[in-house]
Write a new protein. Structure first.
Length: 76
């Protein structure tokens, strides 16, 4: 199914609310409880290299960008 076909299909379903609800019930992405996709960066939305220490919830790239602003010091 191409992207344009998918877009047409979704528009057709949205005009039929009962069928749309049934479609979402069976086909929506499931909530992740563990694994890489369970948490994402609050700043940029990346999934990998997640730092959750101290309640940061940032990826390592975003942490490097704003570490000094939030009070961390670079020792090396």
């Amino acid at each position: 199914m191409t992207a344009s076909d998918w877009k047409k299909f979704m528009n057709q379903l949205k005009s039929k609310p009962i069928i749309w609800q049934k479609f979402l019930k069976h086909n929506k992405p499931k909530e992740r409880k563990f694994g890489m996709a369970a948490r994402k960066c609050e700043r940029c939305g990346r999934f990998g290299a997640h730092i959750s220490s101290y309640g940061l919830n940032l990826c390592r790239q975003c942490f490097r960008d704003i570490a000094e602003e939030i009070g961390f010091k670079k020792y090396s």
